[in-house]
Design a protein around this ligand. Structure first.
Ligand SMILES: Nc1nc2c(ncn2[C@@H]2O[C@H](COP(=O)(O)OP(=O)(O)OP(=O)(O)O)[C@@H](O)[C@H]2O)c(=O)[nH]1
Ligand SMILES: [Mg+2]
Length: 463
């Protein structure tokens, strides 16, 4: 095996599990020029431009499989370096064999998050976007997924990037006029600069509001949604755990509005206190629409909106119902299956039970026994603890963003009032530089190495 060249990295970019397709990703300076040394002849020659090539991967002498090669030359690639992607059938031995071939060609295995880190270091992503990649990969519900995708697309960041440009322009204006002798600075147009600073401050206030909202969402209690067909037993379970009085009846569609109450599983588990919120939902039809919802026309929209805000779901299924199915949304957010009516004969089809086990934990609830509730609490607590580390990381990043934006805002406000009061321009310039520093911190230009290490270490290998 040759030594790693020019710090080339490679990794499996798809999960380490059998799948129809597996992707290997490699990144490094000069990677494309050297590729003919190790790529199968059927994928050559490379044009040097961005391209897709179809060929065969000769993984054993005399045995080859279809292979697609994606070529992204520097600097317009995901990492800013040459990037190659090999798409192969998703057999693990085959992918391991291919990865070994890349190592023989001089690549080393990438650290977790190393591709994203390179993208950041090469200016392809700013830090807020790198954080959004992590959010995207680990998002626990649809709402978080959408927010991360928006940050990644640069939406809130665009406004702030423009604000930084305006600030830079204002600073150049002020600094240029500083170079003139006193009384000679006709170039400076305070009214125009004040206008610029005014809109900059509005962008910073908006950015701050977005971060506060993120913080509030992260600080709110852990929310569990009870999702299932009408009559599955959601309200019965909800009432039993929280003591809240929800309507329970044998009529399908009894619950018409979502009801929320706190539930602390701590005492059951001899564990410190937890501030969980259980949400009893109207029953869902097989298509995922809320049957009892107050406004049936908006039922689907309500179901989606409701689902968005849960950190975890309990998919509630009646175990004595031979026609019961899992809710359509089961598996799309983190959750577990609760099978009710455990006191009655089991009639739930085996296929439903098997699918529930494929999706995660399964708890059979019997009104007469508390051991099942303990199991429900224990499994939910495990999921909660998994999500906690990530939540703390996000809270730290929100705190970093807010502090940086506050610094920028204060700098702009002081520069504005300095201009209005006719203070010496070097003082105004100093405030503008303070504001720039705040925005640069927001985008991660001054981020200490250890923060970067902590952030990128949370990624999986191949990201
Ligand atoms: N035997 C038995 N009956 C149950 C159990 N859980 C719920 N039930 C009964 O099933 C019926 C429906 O229960 P609910 O809790 O209202 O069901 P739901 O899922 O809230 O129904 P909707 O609000 O209509 O969506 C009621 O008559 C309950 O008493 C159980 O574990 N065992
Ligand atoms: Mg109900």
């Amino acid at each position: 095996m040759s030594a790693p060249r020019a710090d080339w990295i490679a990794a499996l970019a798809t999960p380490e599990a059998p799948a129809p397709r597996g992707v290997l990703r490699a990144s490094g300076a000069g990677l494309i020029a050297a590729a003919p040394e190790w790529l199968p002849a059927s994928l050559l020659p490379l044009s040097g431009a961005r391209e897709v090539r179809e060929g065969r991967w000769d993984w054993l002498p005399g045995a080859d499989v279809a292979c697609r090669l994606l070529v992204f030359p520097a600097p317009a690639s995901a990492t800013g370096e040459d990037v190659l992607e090999l798409h192969l059938p998703g057999s693990l031995p085959l992918l391991e064999n291919a990865l070994a071939r890349l190592q023989q060609a001089g690549m080393r295995l990438a650290e977790p998050g190393e591709f994203t880190r390179r993208a950041f270091l090469n200016g392809r992503l700013d830090l807020t976007q790198a954080e959004a990649v992590l959010d995207l990969v680990q998002s626990r519900n649809q709402h978080a997924l959408r927010t991360a995708a928006e940050v990644l697309a640069g939406r809130p960041g665009d406004l702030l990037r423009k604000a930084r440009e305006s600030l830079a322009f204002a600073l150049v204006q002020v600094e240029t006029s500083l170079d003139f002798e006193e009384g000679d600075s006709q170039d400076l147009q305070p009214a125009e600069i004040e206008q610029l600073l005014h809109s900059t401050r509005a962008a910073l206030v908006h950015g701050g509001a977005v971060e506060s909202q993120r913080q509030a969402t992260l600080r709110s209690g852990w929310r569990i949604g009870l999702i299932g067909a009408p009559n599955a037993g959601k309200s019965t379970l909800f009432t039993r755990l929280t003591g809240a009085r929800a309507l329970v009846s044998e009529l399908a569609g009894t619950t018409r509005d979502r009801l929320e109450a706190r539930w602390d599983p701590g005492p059951l588990l001899e564990h410190p206190q937890h501030d969980w919120i259980l949400a009893d939902q109207p029953g869902l039809s097989a298509a995922g629409e809320q049957v009892g919802a107050a406004d049936a026309r908006d039922a689907a929209a309500q179901a989606r909106a409701a689902d968005d805000r849960f950190d975890f779901c309990w998919w509630v299924v009646n175990g004595s119902d031979a026609d019961a199915v899992l809710p359509a949304q089961a598996g799309s957010t983190p959750g577990l299956t609760v099978i009710t009516h455990g006191d009655l004969p089991r009639r739930l089809p085996g296929a439903v039970v098997r699918r529930a086990h494929d999706l995660g934990e399964v708890v059979w609830i019997d009104p007469g026994r508390t051991s099942a509730v303990k199991a429900l609490a224990r499994h939910s607590l495990a999921a909660h603890q998994d999500q906690e580390a990530l939540r703390h990381q996000r809270l730290r990043s929100v705190a970093r963003h807010r502090q940086a934006l506050q610094q920028a805002q204060a700098g702009v406000a002081d520069a504005e009032s300095g201009l209005r009061q006719g203070l010496p321009l070097d003082l105004v310039a100093e405030e503008l530089r303070r504001a720039m520093h705040g925005l640069d911190t927001f985008f991660g230009r001054f981020t200490p190495e250890d923060l970067l290490d902590r952030l990128f270490a949370q990624f999986c290998v191949g990201k």
